[in-house]
Each structure stands twice: as structure tokens, then as C-alpha cells.
Design a protein. Structure first.
Length: 127
């Protein structure tokens, strides 16, 4: 009996520079595989073979580089362009700055509020 040979498709060429750029921009393995017209498992296996590292670790390295580039540009826009919105956002994210809390009058409905003003601006001593 003659064995049937399995037909194989020609090996798809993967442009690793494009893969790196897409990972830096936050694309998933499924999206990148679709971009190249291959199954995601094929992409993962080819990365393991080409770079001797798993897809997750490889993707994490590339995404980290993209995060650094994004932070760098955000910081430059905030500082160099004096972008008020970006400065506020970075202040909140990096410096823990917050908007002052506002008192909601609706929450106080039914409550009694006593406001006492002291002429000398000192609180009385407890006796």
C-alpha cells in the first residue's frame, strides 16, 4: 500500500520587526497572527523556535518597551508643551495628587449642621 503524503503549505514569512512593533503597540498574539494570516499557535511556536523564549515572556518584553515609549512622549507633551490636562493626569498618576472632595448637599438633607464662628478665631477650651 502506498502512503499518502500530507500536503504542507509553504512556510509563511514572518517579519519579526513588524511583530515587535505590533506588540509594542499592545496587539495580542491572536491579532498579530491574523495580520500575518497564520494561526496563533503557529506564531507562538515560531517565536519559541526563533528566540528560544515563550510567547508570553517575549510579548511582555516588547509591550514594556512600548509602555516606556508612551510614557516618554506623555511626559514630553506635559512638560515641553505645558499641556495642562496631561500635567494634571500625570500629577494624579505619579504623584498621588487628587481633586478636593466636594460636599454633596443632598447627602446632608435632614441633618443639622451647626456652624460656629469665633471672634478670636480660636476654639474654646474644654472645661
Amino acid at each position: 500500500m502506498k502512503k499518502e503524503r500530507k500536503k504542507t503549505c509553504p512556510k509563511k514569512i514572518i517579519n519579526w520587526k513588524v511583530v515587535d512593533e505590533l506588540l509594542e503597540k499592545g496587539c495580542t498574539g491572536v491579532e498579530i497572527a491574523g495580520f500575518f494570516g497564520i494561526h496563533e499557535d503557529t506564531l507562538y511556536k515560531r517565536i519559541a523556535k526563533e528566540f528560544n523564549i515563550g510567547f508570553s515572556a517575549y510579548a511582555q518584553q516588547k509591550r514594556a518597551k512600548g509602555d516606556v515609549l508612551l510614557r516618554k512622549v506623555q511626559f514630553e507633551v506635559a512638560v515641553n508643551d505645558k499641556d495642562r490636562g496631561m500635567l494634571i493626569w500625570l500629577g494624579k498618576q505619579r504623584l498621588g495628587q487628587r481633586e478636593p472632595e466636594k460636599l454633596d448637599i443632598a447627602e446632608l438633607a435632614g441633618s443639622t449642621i451647626n456652624i460656629i464662628k469665633y471672634a478670636d478665631k480660636k476654639e474654646p477650651k474644654n472645661e
